[in-house]
Design a protein around this ligand. Sequence first.
Ligand SMILES: Cc1cc2nc3c(=O)[nH]c(=O)nc-3n(C[C@H](O)[C@H](O)[C@H](O)COP(=O)(O)OP(=O)(O)OC[C@H]3O[C@@H](n4cnc5c(N)ncnc54)[C@H](O)[C@@H]3O)c2cc1C
Length: 392
Amino acid sequence: MPIEPLALRGDVLILGGGIAGLWALAVLRDQGFDAWLLDTALPGGVQTLASQGIIHGGAKYALTGHLTRSAREIAAMPAIWRARLAGKGAPDLSSLGLLADHQYLWSTRQFGSRLTGFFADKIMQDRMHRIDRPPEALDTPAFDGQVYRLDEPVLDVPRLQQLLLRQTVGRVIAPLRLDALDNTARQLHGEWRGRMLRFDFEQVVLAAGKGNGALREMLGMAAKMQLRPLKMVMARGPLPALHAHCLGVSANPRLTITSYPLADSETLWYLGGQLAEEGICLSDAAQIENAREALAELLPWIDQKALRWACWPVDRAEVANQGCRPDHPTLLHDGDVHTLWPTKLAFAPLLADHLLDAIRDAGIRPRAETAGDFNAPLPARAATPWESATWN
Ligand SMILES: Cc1cc2nc3c(=O)[nH]c(=O)nc-3n(C[C@H](O)[C@H](O)[C@H](O)COP(=O)(O)OP(=O)(O)OC[C@H]3O[C@@H](n4cnc5c(N)ncnc54)[C@H](O)[C@@H]3O)c2cc1C
C-alpha cells in the first residue's frame, strides 16, 4: 500500500539546523510562533560542529592594537551567552555547562610587545587580565611568555546541539531530501523517511550555511555567498586541557587551541588559527607536520610521541565580502525570504533577535498550538569531526 504523503504547514520554515537555524527555531518557538526546521542532513550543523566553540568577546579581532567594528559588535556576546547559561532567556542553556569558563591569550617573549598596543584600548583592559600563574598546560619553567585571561567561555558544541534539538523536538524534520522550494507558491516538496512531504509556509528562513547559496539560486536570487576554507588539525592523547590563542606576528592568532575530553582519559586538541588558514592547499600529512612543528616550537614541553593526528577541512560560509571576513553577522531580507549567515557561532543570539523582529514586521503573529499537530521524532545526532576523521 502506498504511504500517505505528509502535508504540513507552518508560519515560518527554517532550512538548516546549525547554530543559526536551531537558535532561531528555539527563540521563535519560545515567542509562540509556529516555526519548523528542516535539514537535508542530520541537524547540528557543518561549521557549527567543526567550530572551536569559543564565545569571542573581541580579543581576537582587536589584535591589531585598535578595536575594529567586529571587536565592538562581538564584545557583548559573552554576556548574552552567560545569561542563557544561567537560565535567563531562551533558549535555556542552564544544563549545558562549559568546556572552559574563560580562555587564555599567550605570547612568546618575541611578540610580547604587540600586547602593549593591544592594551592601549580601555575596553580590552576590562576584558583581559594578565595572570602570573599560567594554566596547567603552560605552567612549566620552560614557558617564557606572557599570559592573559580572556572573558571568552568555550562551549561544548556537540552537547549544545543536543540540547537545542531536545528543546525543539517535534519541530525538526531531518534528514530530508529536498526536491523543490518555491517561494511564490510558498511550498517546499521533499521526501522524509520514505514519505513524500509537502510543506506550506508564510516566511522562509535560509540558515543552511554553505547550502544557502544553492537555496537562494533555487529561489531565483543571487547567491551572494563566499566560502573561506580552513584546514583544522586534531591531536589526541594524554594532553592537558588548554583553551588558548597563541599570538604571532599577524593580526590572527598563530594557533588557537581548544580541547575536548574523550573516552579513555584522552584529550583532543583542536588546532585552528593561522595554521588552519595557511594549510588549506596542503596534503593532510604536510598539514600535520606543520602542526607538529608549531607545537614543538610553541609548547616544546608537550610530549608528542603518544599523539595521534587527523585533519578536518571545512569551509566558512558567509555573505560575499570580496573574500574578506565580514565584520558582522548577516541577515538578508528578500521579501518573505530571510537569509542568515552568523559569521560566528557567538553571533547566533543577535541574529535570532533580528530575525524575530523581521518576522513580527512581516505581520506573522504567535498562535496557540493546534491539537493533533504532527510531531517529528528526535533526529539522530550528527557526528563530530573527531568521530568522523581518519586518524593516523
Ligand atoms: C573550523 C571552524 C571553527 C570555528 N570556530 C568558531 C568559534 O570558536 N567561535 C565562533 O563564534 N564561531 C566559530 N566558527 C564560525 C561558526 O562555526 C559559524 O559561523 C556557524 O557555526 C555557522 O552556523 P550555521 O548554522 O550558519 O551553519 P552550519 O553549522 O554550517 O549549518 C548549516 C546546516 O544547514 C544544513 N543544510 C545545508 N544545505 C541545506 C539545505 N539545502 N536545506 C536544509 N538544510 C541544509 C546542513 O546540513 C547544516 O546542518 C568556526 C567555524 C569553523 C569552520
